[in-house]
Ligand binder design. Sequence first.
Ligand SMILES: Cc1ncc(COP(=O)(O)O)c(C=O)c1O
Length: 357
Amino acid sequence: MSRPLVGHLDPAFVGMMEEIKTMLREVFQTRNEMTFPVSGTGSAGMEFCLVNLIEPGDEVVIGVNGVFGTRMVDVAERCGARVIKVEATWGRIIEPQQIADTLKQSRPKLVAVVHAETSTGALTPVEEISRLAHNAGALFMLDTVTSLGGCAVKIDDWQVDAVYSGTQKCLSCPPGLAPVSFSKQAVEVANRRKTKVQSWYLDVNLLGSYWGQDRVYHHTAPITMNYALHEALRLVLEEGLERRWQRHRTNHEALKAGLAKLGLQLAAQEGHRLWQLNTVTVPEGIDEASVRKRLLSDFNIEVGAGLGPLKGKIWRVGLMGETSTRENVKAFLRALSQLLKESGKRVDVEAVLAAAS
Ligand SMILES: Cc1ncc(COP(=O)(O)O)c(C=O)c1O
């Protein structure tokens, strides 16, 4: 990112754009032509998908089991959608049966879920939901902001029509771009619109002309961010997707084993826990916020707080991308052990670390 800037239509940058698209297709596991990074963070990717695919009055089914499903509903409503929410308790997944039941009574244009709910630590399996959506004649949309690069994301195999992600999670890049991809069917739906896309900035046709072969000027791409994404994707592919997913998995298992020795529980639904975002139930008698503050001030370790109904009840421990290492798992367990000890809990730090090993 500290390299000198070139112009956004400079041949060197144009070449880099092609490489970014090719690498993104590989990371998303798709052959979709319409694959590129939107200038903006993950929420811009969410907005990109929804503004292009929804027209006022369209019916949309959205799975809501955390902050980001809730945000999708907000954005879809701003696009004029009639939203049908399929809700699950925060920490649990959206069950295919819930979607199936909803589709018995509705004919939506789009079904959307969040793959990895960062606010709760739950990973909703999507293949069955995608099949149900298509059988009902709807498009299927997926939020992969936290999943991409940290666990399997297979856009073509899972027949996802619209997907967005972010750079700052398991791609280990600074925030600022939102990788997106549209299937042919999604592009057709956007092309058949009766009304103009209400966002000029996020219009897929305008952006497609800039990122496609025509290179029609649309907006000035954030050059430096694209350097960063190029390098981040190169590193992901150098490691290999399967190996990277496996690394996230084993470090999650190590953390889980250490936490179990500490007598702590993971909060998300068993069998559907994220490897890259571990939600830990705060034990009785422990002040959630003061542990989090001491982790930061005394150990230089930042963990997230619970949000919404989980506020004060969980810690959110990220092991994303480059930060998913055994050293980080152990540093966190060592620090947490010390803080719990200071709070009067009996802790055998060596046994905790041995379990993580
Ligand atoms: C699952 C999910 N979706 C969407 C977003 C929004 O992304 P951003 O904050 O980059 O706009 C986030 C951010 O944490 C997220 O975790």
